[in-house]
Design a protein around this ligand. Structure first.
Ligand code: ATP
Ligand code: TZE
Ligand code: MG
Length: 275
């Protein structure tokens, strides 16, 4: 079924490039450089900052915030809380990436506190979405262990409930990508298995989602557009790559040359009503 988003993904990409949103990232040690390079390639402006003493200033100047809990420590948790609170109070959108939330109590507690500050979007893999909702998941670390068809069906229902509970958009990614605001569900096809063989692809995607929601008004369609661009670029790069090493430069080059006109990104989306 062809989708009718409020604004086509190609136009949303163009708006991102015209506005060059400044994306404030509090992200993990693994994801910092890949996320910054990915944001630059697509046309946004990255800023990595986690010192408690400068959080208020950075939130004030940035267009959007992306919080990723991949490598936590207590001072960083304080900075994350302050940033989420400041963004929420300032009416700025923010994205939560609950990396490996099922792996430790510290991650679970941190997410619980951060969720009080009303993220605009939660982006995680299927295991992270299940664990964030307090449900059993198969993952022991940061990679999803819930990619079997029945697990995806269960996790999709969880994503819908999570979106309804927190009044936000939930993007659940992996072999299959789904985005929901609790009322509509958008399924996005594309991507490539090599994306699961390169670290921080999901983390960088969360930052790209942040850039799209900063540049565009409607978080559900902006998130879907971000995922469609990412999945398309991954599919193209995977076609040319011979392994994870050659995949990364091909992926960045494809994002950089991605054109809002071609391909028709909306043909990769399927939208349904769920409530
Ligand atoms: N097996 C796959 N087949 C096709 N595309 C994939 C696959 N795995 C990942 N992708 C693509 O990569 C994107 C993000 O990957 P994923 O959901 O694996 O993130 P993640 O588990 O949070 O990664 P990380 O924590 O390492 O950053 C997806 O939106 C999808 O486009
Ligand atoms: C491998 C890894 N460990 C903590 S964060 C991270 C990046 C991918 O999520
Ligand atoms: Mg992840």
């Amino acid at each position: 079924m062809a989708i009718s988003l409020s604004c086509p993904p190609g136009s949303q990409l163009e708006r991102l490039r015209q506005t060059t949103p400044l994306v404030h990232n509090i992200t993990n040690h693994v994801a910092m450089t890949p996320s910054a390079n990915t944001l630059l390639a697509i046309g946004a402006s990255p800023l990595m900052a986690h010192a408690l003493e400068e959080i208020q200033d950075i939130v004030r100047v940035a267009d959007v915030l992306c919080i990723n809990i991949g490598t936590l420590s207590v001072p960083w948790i304080e900075a994350m809380q302050l940033a989420a609170e400041a963004a929420h109070l300032a009416g700025k959108p923010w994205v939560l990436d609950p990396v490996g939330v099922g792996a430790s109590l510290l991650r679970q507690q941190t997410c619980r506190v951060l969720l009080d500050h009303q993220p605009s979007v939660i982006r995680g893999n299927a295991s992270e979405i299940l664990a964030l909702a307090g449900e059993a998941s198969q993952s022991r670390g940061v990679d999803s262990g819930d990619d079997a068809e029945d697990a995806i069906v269960r996790a999709t229902q969880t994503a819908i409930s999570l979106a309804q509970q927190h009044g936000c958009v939930v993007a659940m990614t992996g072999l299959v990508d789904v985005v929901t605001d609790g009322k509509q569900l958008i399924r996005i096809t594309g991507g490539h298995p090599l994306m699961g063989r390169v670290t921080a692809m999901g983390c960088a995607l969360s930052s790209v989602v942040a850039a799209f929601i900063a540049a565009n008004d409607e978080p559900l369609s902006a998130t879907a557009s971000a995922l469609a661009c990412y999945a398309y670029a991954g599919e193209c790069a995977g076609y040319h790559a011979t392994g994870p090493g050659s995949f990364v430069p091909a992926f960045l080059d494809t994002l950089y040359t991605l054109d809002g006109e071609t391909p028709p990104l909306e043909t990769r989306m399927e939208i349904t009503n769920v409530a």
